[in-house]
Design a binder for this molecule. Structure first.
Ligand SMILES: NC(=O)c1ccc[n+]([C@@H]2O[C@H](COP(=O)([O-])OP(=O)(O)OC[C@H]3O[C@@H](n4cnc5c(N)ncnc54)[C@H](OP(=O)(O)O)[C@@H]3O)[C@@H](O)[C@H]2O)c1
Length: 309
C-alpha cells in the first residue's frame, strides 16, 4: 500500500525506522525486514548508521532479494549541514551506497554550527545550549534541497518537525513543494490541525515515533507509553491485535505513513501485519479521545533549549 506524493513518486505507507538501531544488528534487521515485505526504510545522517544500512542494502541487492527500484529510501539533512546541503547529500549517498535517494528531508527547522560534513554534531555553548547558526535561513536551505532534485540525486524532498507556521512559509517560498512533513504523531500526540493542514496542501505526513517511542522514549525522555493505555489495550483485544498494531493501523487510516522502529524480529513481523483489518469509525473516535498532546521525543534534554516551546 502506497501514497502518491506531490512529486509523482509513490511512498510505501509502512516503513522501518532505523534510529537507535545498533550498527552490528543492521544487516540482519534490514534483510529480515525485506524478506517480510518492508520496502521503505527511514534513515538519517544523525542516526550514525547509514554506512551499515548501505552494507545491508548492498547485500540484499547482491542476493537478489529486491531491486533498488522496489525500495523507498529516505534520509535526512542534519542541522549542522544546512550550509552544505550538496556535500551532506553526497556523503549520505556514499554511505548508503546509492546513486539516488527517494526522499531527502530537512531533519529539523534549525541550522546549527557546522562541524564538518558527516559529523552530525550538535555543538553546545559554554552554558550547555545548542549553538544555533543565525546566518542561514530555511529558505536558503530549501533552495539548495531543490537543486538536488534538478541534479537527479533526490527524487522527492521534504521537511521534518515543521509546525504550521514554518510549513506555510515553505509552501510560499518553494519552487519544488515539500512532498512530506515527517512529524511526531501517535495516539498520545495526534496534532490533528497540523496533519490536516499538510494533507490539505498536498504534503504527505509521515508519523515518526508512531508507537509513541514505547519503552525507548520512556527510558530516554521519561515519557508515558500509549501502548500501555488501557483504552488501546482493550480495543486491541477486540480486534485480536496488539496495541502496537492498533496504533499503526490508526495511523494508516488517518492517511499518515508510519515508520515504527524495532530491533526485534518478532516485532518486525507484528508491526507489518496491519493490512488485514479495519478499525471501525466508532473505535477511530475512541482513539481520537486518547490524545494527551504529549510530545514524547524531547530534544531539549540534549540541547539545553526547547525548540518547540
Ligand atoms: N524526524 C525526526 O526528528 C524523527 C524523530 C524520531 C524518530 N524518527 C523516525 O521514526 C522512527 C520511529 O520512531 P522511534 O523509534 O523513536 O519510536 P517508535 O517507533 O514509536 O517506538 C520505538 C520503540 O517501540 C518499541 N517497539 C517496536 N515495536 C513494538 C511492538 N510491536 N510492541 C511494543 N514495543 C515495540 C521499540 O523497541 P524494540 O526495538 O526493542 O522492539 C522501541 O522501544 C525512528 O526510527 C526514525 O526513523 C524521526
Amino acid at each position: 500500500m502506497a501514497i502518491t506524493l506531490s512529486s509523482g513518486f509513490k511512498m510505501p505507507i509502512m516503513g522501518l525506522g532505523v534510529w537507535r538501531v545498533e550498527g552490528n544488528a543492521m544487516k540482519d534487521l534490514v534483510v529480515n525486514a525485506i524478506k517480510l515485505g518492508y520496502r521503505h526504510f527511514d534513515c538519517a545522517a544523525d542516526y550514525k548508521n547509514e554506512a551499515e544500512v548501505g552494507e545491508a542494502l548492498e547485500f540484499a541487492f547482491q542476493q537478489g532479494l529486491v531491486k533498488r527500484e522496489d525500495l523507498f529510501i529516505t534520509t535526512k539533512l542534519w542541522n549542522s549541514d544546512h550550509g552544505h546541503v550538496l556535500e551532506a547529500c553526497k556523503d549520505s549517498l556514499m554511505k548508503l551506497k546509492l546513486d539516488y535517494l527517494d526522499l531527502y528531508l530537512v531533519h529539523f527547522p534549525i541550522a546549527t554550527k557546522h562541524t564538518g560534513v558527516g559529523t552530525t554534531d550538535s555543538a553546545l555553548d559554554a552554558n550547555g545550549v545548542l549553538e544555533i547558526d543565525t546566518t542561514i535561513s530555511l529558505e536558503t536551505t530549501w533552495h539548495a534541497m531543490e537543486e538536488l532534485v534538478s541534479m537527479g540525486l533526490v527524487r522527492s524532498i521534504g521537511i521534518s518537525n515543521f509546525d504550521i507556521f514554518l510549513t506555510r512559509d515553505c509552501l510560499a517560498y518553494s519552487k519544488v513543494k515539500p512532498s512530506v512533513n515527517q512529524i511526531e504523531t501517535h495516539p498520545y500526540f495526534q496534532r490533528e490541525d497540523l496533519v490536516k493542514f499538510c494533507q490539505k496542501h498536498g504534503i504527505c505526513v509521515t508519523a515518526h515515533t508512531p508507537l509513541g517511542g514505547a519503552a525507548a522514549n520512556t527510558e530516554w525522555f521519561g515519557s508515558v507509553s500509549c501502548l500501555e493505555d488501557p483504552v488501546l489495550v482493550d480495543l486491541a483485544k477486540n480486534y485480536d491485535k496488539t496495541p502496537a498494531q492498533l496504533a499503526l493501523r490508526w495511523g494508516i487510516q488517518r492517511k499518515t505513513v508510519v515508520i515504527p522502529k524495532t530491533s526485534k524480529f518478532e516485532r518486525l513481523k507484528e508491526n507489518i501485519e496491519v493490512f488485514d483489518f479495519d478499525i471501525s469509525a466508532e473505535d477511530m473516535d475512541t482513539i481520537k479521545r486518547m490524545d494527551r498532546k504529549l510530545r514524547t521525543n524531547q530534544p531539549a534534554v540534549f540541547w539545553g533549549i526547547d525548540l518547540f516551546a
